[in-house]
Design a protein around this ligand. Structure first.
Ligand code: SAM
Length: 292
């Protein structure tokens, strides 16, 4: 039998009491605009960190560390954490919180005061993104970071449950749309669980979902990412129309749209919601002027 004294006690995480005390000390009133719902449950933090499959040598990028609930869990699992926070009061407090709760790990944290949708440079080379994302900007944040930080090879994000379903949806499903297909350009996305409302303060009105992702090689194409994304935007802007009609504006006429679709091996009478990312890439490539 193992000597119970040899099993180290789990490091303390922030519970409801600590979160409220920190918020009170800072005079913070969580705002909806910044999606400020703080996790007050250590088990949820442990679950997110376990599902993120972090290698102990990794640098993890966390977006929106807030009062530090997830940051502490990430510091226990990773070599470094780079935390990007838009709220200056929360960003300034985070190193103090880490020094108080994880004194040995305080040197492993970098805090960047910035909007995660605009950040283009970070200290270190993060290889994983793990975050409880601000819900109103979750998808643009993930797409922006995957675009600008090719070193990110996997991740686990918490978003609104219905957004999680959209991010992981495959062609033909009701929830398949722009987030699914643009996400698929960069990564394979999978649903990694559902989280109830009571683990947050303040509690949101809807459940949250966990989305795990692993970066993939984008489809091979002569078209640029921006050109492929322009086709996706056009196809889903009028998702009930046939692709021939929906892509007429993008192509400069319905006949040219039909030519591109046929060249890409796509039925012009089909709708965008049945196409995978490779098909969107072929359509974009069919419009790219061929150099002979
Ligand atoms: N990680 C903390 C937790 O789990 O308790 C807080 C998560 S809370 C859902 C979202 C956090 O993202 C807040 O701290 C908020 O201030 C921050 N935030 C909102 N918009 C942001 C943006 N554009 N860039 C960076 N941080 C942002």
């Amino acid at each position: 039998m193992r000597d119970p004294q040899s099993v180290p006690a789990p490091e303390p995480l922030l519970g409801a009491t600590e979160i409220r005390r920190l918020a009170e000390e800072l005079g913070v009133r969580p705002t909806k605009t910044l999606g400020q719902n703080f996790v007050i449950d250590g088990n949820t933090i442990r679950r997110i960190v376990a599902a993120a499959n972090i290698d102990p040598a990794e640098t993890v990028l966390e977006v929106g560390p807030g009062l530090g609930s997830l940051t502490l869990g990430l510091l226990d699992a990773a070599a470094r954490v780079v935390a990007v926070e838009i709220d200056p009061v929360l960003a300034a407090k985070l190193p103090e919180t880490v020094a108080a709760f994880r004194p040995a790990k305080a040197g492993n944290l970098d805090v960047v005061l910035s909007d995660a949708m605009r950040v283009t440079e970070l200290p270190g080379v993060p290889t994983a993104l793990v975050a409880n994302l601000p819900y109103n900007v979750a998808v643009p944040v993930v797409l922006h970071l995957l675009e600008y930080f090719p070193s990110l090879r996997h991740g686990l994000v918490m978003v609104q449950d219905e957004v999680a379903d959209r991010m992981v949806a495959g062609p033909g499903s009701k929830t398949y749309g722009v987030p699914s297909v643009k996400g698929a350009w960069y990564a394979q996305m999978r649903k990694a669980g559902v989280i109830g409302m009571n683990v947050f303060w303040p509690a949101p009105k809807i459940s949250s979902g966990l989305v795990g992702f692993t970066r993939r090689v984008p489809p091979a194409t002569q078209a640029s990412r921006a050109e492929v994304f322009a086709v996706i935007d056009a196809a889903f802007a009028q998702r009930r129309k046939t692709l021939r009609a929906a892509l007429a504006g993008w192509a400069g006429g319905a006949a040219e749209a039909e030519r591109c679709l046929r060249e890409a091996g796509v039925d012009p009478a089909a709708r965008g919601e049945v196409l995978d990312i490779a098909a969107f890439a072929r359509i974009a490539e069919a419009k790219v002027p061929q150099i002979v």
